[in-house]
Design a protein around this ligand. Structure first.
Ligand code: IMP
Ligand code: MG
Length: 188
């Protein structure tokens, strides 16, 4: 991991702070959904580490399912047009659904996802995101549970990638700008 860590400009959220906050979110969600069964929908791939830690702090019965999306347009900016690369395995009609996201940036991915999932008539539909880069929002999205608000910097680690790398870093770090020098707003 030596080479990867050399690409990190600063540790934004250390491992113990992540663990503590994820445990808090798990307790809060368990209390809010008391006596209910929920379906966690993780958006691949960035949210898998958050999902696996969060679900172990849930005391309510829950299933997991996955979706994968990609935005059309160039590699650096979300255009607001989102393509579904992998859909859910099971129907969500009548289910209590909690979307699990790694980071909300412009909000385009999530607002599109909400629209299609709402059409499937779940009993309820909420969002938990580990990170919220609120400054960059272009589309308003109401987020029910937020782990941390982060500044407008490109972050990696704990599932988040740049060019598919750095997901294994145990903390959230800021990528050195020279790593993505030619890209104004790199996309995970
Ligand atoms: P949005 O549609 O702009 O909200 O895009 C959200 C998606 O962009 C996230 O699920 C990530 O995959 C990616 N993303 C946005 N900002 C970052 C970042 O700072 N690091 C890594 N991935 C990011
Ligand atoms: Mg990504």
């Amino acid at each position: 991991m030596q080479e990867l860590e050399g690409d990190v400009a600063e540790v934004l959220i250390p491992e113990d702070a992540l663990a503590e906050r994820v445990a808090e979110l798990g307790a809060e969600i368990s209390a809010d959904y008391e006596d209910l069964e929920i379906t966690l929908i993780a958006v691949l791939k960035g949210s898998v580490i958050f999902l696996s830690d969060l679900m172990r702090h849930l005391t309510i019965p829950h299933r997991i399912d996955f979706m994968a999306t990609s935005s059309y347009g160039d590699v650096t900016e979300s255009t607001g047009v989102v393509k579904i690369l992998k859909d859910l395995d099971s129907p969500i009609m009548g289910k209590h659904v909690l979307i699990v996201e790694d980071i909300i940036d412009t909000g385009h991915t999530l607002s599109y996802l909400l629209e299609i999932l709402e059409h499937r008539q779940p009993a309820s539909l909420r969002i938990v995101t580990l990170l919220d880069k609120r400054e960059r929002r272009e589309v308003p999205v109401f987020v029910d549970y937020v782990g941390f608000e982060v500044p407008n910097k490109f972050v990696i680690g704990y599932g988040l990638d740049f060019n598919e790398l750095y997901r294994n870093l145990p903390y959230i770090g800021v990528l050195k700008p020279e790593i993505y020098a030619s890209v104004e707003h790199p996309r995970g």
